[in-house]
Write a protein that binds this ligand. Structure first.
Ligand code: COA
Length: 198
């Protein structure tokens, strides 16, 4: 199977993400296009979506999986990102290194377990290596079992665990993957990638 991946510029990509997020009913806090533009403006980022035909209408192709990553700097003025860097400081080296943060992503329920997220992750890693990033970090929660299992398969390592005293299922787990050319050797998804800019 060859995955079809589209790389979007910021404006169009933000609208695409806003659209696909509507299919993730299990997560109440959906990102709006405005929020996505605010977060990504002025920082290096990559917006990828994978598309696939509808099973009962193969002529119609729809977005089924997405992933948004952006750079994370040692000094961040945006309070949320500043807080993230502070929490990561003991576990991830920032000085003189380029760190990429996996902000949001997912695969629509009916297309899960078919390799879409792996294909996007591999494309994102190839881009990150080409752009000179040294490490990718991601944050999840104990209770996001699907995501934890997936990150395990994608060879992310736990670098920090922040216990939630009231409910351990809500505890935060931070994972990372060091990037080097050999990471690309482990990639196995066949894909076509199209770049869309307006
Ligand atoms: C996590 C998620 C993105 C995986 O997407 P996907 O397209 O089904 O993943 P893939 O099919 O590309 O699988 C990638 C790898 O993860 C493994 N994997 C996928 N789902 C898994 C699960 N539920 N448990 C364990 N491993 C899993 C696959 O076996 C595969 O490994 P392999 O390539 O070595 O065989 C998807 O389940 C999802 O969107 N879940 C909801 C999002 C979420 O939990 N968000 C929480 C906020 S962090």
């Amino acid at each position: 199977m060859a995955y079809h991946i589209t790389q979007y510029d910021l404006e169009q990509g933000a609208l695409e993400i806003q659209y696909i997020e509507e299919f993730f009913g299990e997560f109440p806090r959906k990102k709006t296009a405005a929020e996505i533009i605010r977060r990504l403006s002025g920082r290096q980022h990559l917006i990828l979506l994978a598309t696939a035909p509808l099973p009962d209408d193969p002529g119609t192709v729809v977005p089924v999986s997405f992933k948004v990553v952006h750079e994370l700097r040692e000094r961040e003025s945006e309070p949320k990102l500043g807080d993230l860097v502070d929490r990561l400081r003991d576990s991830v080296r920032f000085d003189g290194r380029r760190v990429l943060y996996t902000w949001i992503g997912g695969t629509r329920r009916d297309w899960r377990g078919q390799g879409f997220f792996r294909a996007l992750t591999e494309q994102q890693e190839a881009w990150a290596v080409e752009q000179g990033f040294d490490e990718i970090v991601v944050k999840t929660k104990n209770r996001f079992y699907e995501m934890r299992g997936t990150l395990d398969h994608l060879r992310f390592e736990v670098v920090k665990y922040e216990r939630n005293a009231a409910d351990n299922a809500e505890s935060k787990v931070y994972l990372s993957k060091k990037l080097h050319a050999e990471v690309l050797d482990s990639h196995r998804s066949a894909k076509t990638v199209v770049q869309v800019t307006i």
